[in-house]
Design a protein around this ligand. Structure first.
Ligand SMILES: Cc1cc2nc3c(=O)[nH]c(=O)nc-3n(C[C@H](O)[C@H](O)[C@H](O)COP(=O)(O)OP(=O)(O)OC[C@H]3O[C@@H](n4cnc5c(N)ncnc54)[C@H](O)[C@@H]3O)c2cc1C
Length: 422
């Protein structure tokens, strides 16, 4: 038998593509074209024993599906503008409507969208039911290991259990993050077999390990404007948010979002520091003046008390340890030392030694070189019937639903292109 389509990988992107390639109602709703019902034979091959394993873990089990806020920093790719040829500011509505088409009510939490049930399993079950309704075959526990174009332009797909033939192939193998949930770089070896260049996967959306010893800060959370800088203090990225301190690393959404840039710089051999402004609402001169006033009004109070007016007490202790001063009372500090104190709070610096490993990352940076992908259809520009979608592409989003949006939108584009094909 020759399938119309074989999809490698039953994650969000692969299942979306399979459904959009077969579903007349979805085609009509989203393509706004007259019904041209097609019967497509589709097989999905998934190496995990269950479909959508990673989806269950998304958004801490709640599945942050999409986000209404959209800016140029939402996606990273070596091909800088490629993501924005694929996805646009209003596409969160398409993703939400797609979920609703599958029977999942979606609700808005300040622009972050989740299934109304707040259960990621709701999404997986909805995918599962639609795959069944559309008579899409699913082989789980089977690994795609090779693919080859035949002389008649069909493809032979080899798995660890046999081989299959198809007119169209969708590669939806995801990235290498979270191997316990299916993360692998197997997709890159399939790209390799097709002669498609790719960037090897590296962890992103992850903690950053730092050189400084800060066991005393474990468990502290603090809002900060975080700047990623190189050795010459050139700014590479900046974001405001809550930093979480662990024994040896910095974490939190703001750090996750900066981990792509930091990881890329480390890979290029650059030294990377994170400069934390713990009081971004006050400029350094005003902070210094505040400390002077504090010294005048409260000469007997401790340095710790002076700092603690602005930052968490454990951060105050840490900052004073870095200063290595013998003085204990604020009256014992001179103006230069007060200036240094203000400087420490505005520019608390940590030196990044590594990103967390793939097992602790939410996504991978790297993947298929997108210069070889048509952004309208996600089709390879050099092979007529092969599509690459989702995290296997060299595009990764920041936290907040952007990666699932990417998986669904790229899956829809590939699926509709296959639905349209003769
Ligand atoms: C803990 C965690 C929480 C997250 N939370 C969110 C969130 O709330 N919002 C958000 O937008 N993003 C989130 N993400 C990221 C998001 O889940 C992924 O970017 C997205 O699921 C990628 O979809 P995909 O279909 O491209 O890849 P995947 O979901 O990784 O699916 C790829 C599938 O292909 C299978 N596969 C791989 N190789 C083969 C092969 N050779 N043969 C057969 N099958 C194969 C894999 O087993 C896997 O099931 C989170 C990620 C993690 C790890």
């Amino acid at each position: 038998m020759i399938y119309d389509l074989i999809v490698a990988g039953a994650g969000a992107s692969g299942m979306t593509a399979a459904i959009c390639a077969t579903d007349a109602d979805i085609y009509k709703q989203f393509q706004h074209k007259a019904d041209q019902t097609r019967k497509r034979s589709v097989l999905i091959i998934e190496k995990n024993k269950k479909i959508g394993k990673k989806l269950y873990a998304t958004g801490n089990g709640r599945c942050n599906l999409s986000n209404s806020s959209f800016r140029l920093e939402c996606y990273n790719s070596k091909n800088e503008f490629f993501p924005y040829k694929v996805i646009g500011a209003k596409d969160y509505q398409i993703v939400n409507q797609f979920a609703e088409q599958l029977g999942v009510a979606v609700s808005d939490e300040h622009g972050y969208y989740y299934p109304m049930s707040r259960q990621a399993s709701t999404i997986v079950w909805a995918f599962n039911d639609r795959l069944k309704k559309n008579q899409i075959q699913v082989h789980t526990g089977e690994i795609v290991i090779g693919l080859e174009e035949q002389s008649d332009h069909t493809y032979c797909i080899q798995t660890d259990q046999g081989h299959y033939y198809a007119r169209n192939i969708v590669l939806a193998c995801g990235g290498a993050a979270a191997p316990a949930l299916g993360g692998t770089d197997a997709g890159c070896s399939l790209l390799d077999q097709l002669g498609i260049p790719y960037y090897p996967f590296q962890p992103a959306l992850c903690k950053l390990q730092v050189k400084e010893k800060m066991s005393g800060l474990a468990g502290v959370r603090s809002k900060a404007l975080v700047t990623v800088m190189d050795a010459s203090s050139e700014i590479h990225a900046q974001e405001f948010g809550e930093v979480q301190f662990t024994g040896q690393s910095l974490s939190g959404i703001v750090i996750f979002n900066l981990s792509h840039t930091a990881g890329e710089m480390l890979q290029d051999g650059e030294s990377v520091s994170l400069c934390l402004d713990l009081v971004p609402d006050i400029n350094e001169a005003d902070l210094y003046m505040h400390f002077r006033k504090f010294r005048t009004n409260n000469p007997e109070r401790s340095l710790q008390a002076c700092l603690n007016g602005f930052v968490h007490e454990k951060l105050a202790t840490y900052i004073l340890e870095q200063c290595r001063w013998k003085q204990e009372r604020i009256s014992e500090l001179n103006d230069v030392e007060l200036q240094k104190l203000a400087d420490q709070i505005k520019k608390l610096t940590f030196h990044v030694t590594a990103t967390a490993g793939a097992e602790d990352a939410q996504v991978s940076r790297g993947g298929a070189d997108t210069r070889f992908i048509d952004p309208e259809t996600m089709k390879l520009t050099v092979q007529e019937h092969v599509y690459v979608i989702g995290e296997l592409l060299d595009t990764d989003g920041i936290c907040g639903g952007y990666n699932l949006m990417w998986a669904v939108i790229t899956g829809m584009k590939a699926g509709f292109s296959i639905y349209d094909s003769n």
